[in-house]
Design a protein around this ligand. Structure first.
Ligand SMILES: Cc1cc2nc3c(=O)[nH]c(=O)nc-3n(C[C@H](O)[C@H](O)[C@H](O)COP(=O)(O)OP(=O)(O)OC[C@H]3O[C@@H](n4cnc5c(N)ncnc54)[C@H](O)[C@@H]3O)c2cc1C
Length: 410
């Protein structure tokens, strides 16, 4: 039997994984990448260390219209299988907090270099700096046309073009147009794992201040998600790992015309009653001490005036003996429940992943083949699948890429 010619559009995480598995299955593989190098985004992941997977990866960490879709690929290529795939390339990994997996070298370039070595060893034909502009199927053959007007034909095509996040690293949404041109539908796309904008001006003076706290997203009195960790105040709102996890929910609220509220808890380990008692203890230590100064032992100095102003205390320098019980109650309450109205998130350029994408009900979850066009496959972020922060998105890229490559070459 002659080898199947598999054309892979996009040389990111999922495209590289697909190229390797298709070539190992005996496919004649052509990998077409729009940038001058494959895998540029991989180098930017995990702050340069590439958080390539997470040992807790399961359906609860994934989003989209049908998160269950991931199970088709994950039951065939799970985290263990993925790590074995990398081990056979020569990459050893370690598990850090919350199940995050990194290369032992702490360098994302180890991951990319080993993938590139394998792609070259398997004699994958790489076409660089020539983005694919059109996709057609005629007489059972696929025809791709690139920006330079090169025509490439093949038996199968894998669209692994990513989404719209971090466009400088290659993905600007052109894969959606290719999918749409052959009849595929798209769920609404929006930036996820991105910083949150808040409209409270007085908090802008906290730019650069970090707190270890907990943060909730609320809408119409319901808690939508709660996270804990380092929250960074910025001139537009809030940032930091727990904030990124809430950002998808902010966008969803706005799409449904619900007002998203970011609620900070400065002391997640203590209840409001305990904070109230601590505050009374502090103001009782020395009646002559200025009120704001009495708080510097428990709060960041920049936070104190902002919070006191927020609860309506204008004379912050008044002596502790003048502080009323009502004021202490209000202070305890806001420290546990500091509410900032969100106006949205930052944009594509700052986001790590794209929510939404090619509709998963039009794709076979076990093979990642289109249900509409035989021989057309999808892998990675182009699909309506996005994961939490912590290695889940790359895990999806590897699992879906490996399966799509294998099936396309069969
Ligand atoms: C700053 C940053 C940090 C991140 N950190 C992590 C992390 O630590 N852990 C984690 O799990 N996830 C992380 N992510 C998310 C993760 O990198 C992506 O989800 C993952 O890379 C998606 O893989 P992909 O192959 O689907 O798409 P991409 O990696 O985006 O690759 C798509 C490729 O297709 C190419 N392309 C696009 N259109 C065309 C076309 N028309 N023709 C030819 N080529 C085309 C692009 O140039 C690109 O190389 C991070 C993302 C960013 C931006």
């Amino acid at each position: 039997m002659t080898a199947k010619k598999v054309l892979i559009v996009g040389g990111g995480a999922s495209g590289l994984a697909a190229a390797i598995s298709a070539a190992r299955k005996g496919g004649e593989v052509v990998l077409i990448e729009g940038l001058n190098r494959v895998g540029k985004k991989i180098l930017a992941t995990g702050n340069g260390r590439c958080n390539l997977s997470n040992i807790t990866a399961n359906i609860t960490h994934y989003h989209g219209e049908n998160p269950k879709f991931i199970e088709g690929a994950f039951t065939q290529v799970d985290v263990e299988e993925t790590l074995r795939f990398f081990q056979l390339l020569g990459l050893e990994t370690k598990v850090e907090d919350e199940g995050k997996v990194y290369p032992i070298s702490d360098q994302g370039s180890s991951v990319l270099d080993l993938l590139r070595y394998e792609v070259e060893k398997l004699e994958v034909n790489q076409i660089l700096e020539d983005p694919v502009r059109t996709l057609q199927k005629k007489d059972n053959r696929f025809i791709l046309e690139t920006e330079s007007k090169r025509k490439i034909t093949g038996d199968a095509v894998i669209l692994a073009t990513g989404g719209m996040s971090a466009p400088k690293l290659g993905s600007k949404g052109s894969g959606y147009d290719l999918g749409k041109s052959v009849g595929h539908g798209l769920t609404p796309v929006f930036p996820a794992l991105v910083q949150i904008k808040c409209d409270n001006r007085s908090f802008r003076s906290l730019k650069g201040v970090k707190i270890q706290g907990s943060i909730k997203l609320e809408a119409e009195g319901k808690v939508l998600r709660k996270e804990q960790g380092e929250v960074l105040f910025t001139d537009y709102g809030v940032s930091g790992p727990p904030v990124l996890q809430l950002s998808r929910g902010v966008q969803e609220c706005l799409q449904k015309n619900r007002v998203p509220w970011v609620v900070l808890d400065f002391f997640p380990e203590a209840g409001e009653e305990k904070i109230y008692e601590t505050l009374w203890m502090l103001v009782s230590l020395d009646g002559k001490k200025p009120f704001d100064f009495s708080l510097i032992g428990i709060l960041n100095k920049k936070v104190i005036p902002v919070i006191l102003k927020e609860i309506g205390i204008t004379n912050m320098k008044k002596a502790c003996e003048e502080v009323t019980d009502k004021e202490i109650q209000r202070l305890a309450k806001i420290l546990k429940n500091c509410r900032l109205k969100s106006t949205g998130t930052l944009s594509w350029k700052d986001s790590q992943v794209t929510a939404g994408g090619i509709r998963t009900d039009e794709v076979n979850p076990k093979t990642l083949e289109s249900k509409k066009i035989k021989g057309l496959y999808f892998a990675g972020e182009i699909l309506d699948v996005d994961g939490d922060c912590g290695g889940f998105n790359l895990q999806w890229a590897w699992s879906s890429g490996i399966i799509a490559g294998e099936k396309a070459a069969e």
